[in-house]
Design a protein around this ligand. Structure first.
Ligand SMILES: Cc1cc2nc3c(=O)[nH]c(=O)nc-3n(C[C@H](O)[C@H](O)[C@H](O)COP(=O)(O)OP(=O)(O)OC[C@H]3O[C@@H](n4cnc5c(N)ncnc54)[C@H](O)[C@@H]3O)c2cc1C
Length: 158
């Protein structure tokens, strides 16, 4: 198995096709990781989010990273880490950016917005009012493992 570094272009192309990542933030020397759906476009990662521990922590410490991977097998995988800064998109300062995020995320995650709306109606809880944020990407790294093909493995057993 070979493990190679991915170029910036490859990292970007991978993030553009991916949808689920692990968002890491930290506060007071305590790390915190949650799965989230996102949309990538060059320099930014957009997220529709509930308010809670992660948003409180990211407000206090905007340095975050997102890990995204695609694992086909133990010897065939890709993993990209994008590091950057949390930026919330409240009204009215970020109306244009918010609309942009809504359009991007709405294309893929209508179900998630519906689920949030339904839960909010049921619980009548303002705290789950969704908010939009983006991560301004400062750096990206990627690793790709390329294993021997299944066919090669099979041939060597014969
Ligand atoms: C496939 C998938 C996709 C998701 N996509 C999104 C998304 O796009 N946007 C979004 O906002 N949320 C998404 N979630 C939910 C997300 O992972 C968090 O659970 C949620 O956002 C609440 O996080 P919080 O920090 O606000 O937690 P709070 O509601 O503030 O709860 C804090 C407490 O609950 C625990 N907790 C919170 N989340 C989790 C978890 N996932 N697993 C275990 N313990 C947890 C924490 O340890 C903490 O002690 C997704 C979850 C999954 C599984």
């Amino acid at each position: 198995m070979e493990i190679n570094e991915m170029t910036q272009k490859e990292c970007g192309a991978f993030l553009a096709t991916a949808s689920l990542g692990r968002l890491a933030c930290s506060f007071d020397n305590q790390p915190y990781v949650v799965p989230i759906y996102f949309v990538y476009e060059p320099d930014y990662i957009y997220v529709l989010s509930t308010f809670g521990q992660k948003t409180e922590w990211m407000r206090a410490n905007p340095k975050v990273c997102l890990e995204v991977d695609e694992i086909t097998s133990q010897s065939q995988w890709m993993s990209v880490i994008a590091s950057g800064r949390y930026q919330e998109l409240p009204e009215p300062q970020y109306t244009a950016e918010r609309e942009h995020a809504r359009r991007l995320l709405g294309k893929r995650y209508q179900w998630w917005q519906n689920a949030l709306g339904e839960r909010q109606l049921r619980l009548g809880d303002d705290l789950i009012t969704p908010l939009f944020f983006r991560i301004h990407i400062d750096s990206m790294t990627g690793l790709r493992a390329i294993g021997e093909s299944a066919e090669c493995g099979k041939a060597s057993l014969e």
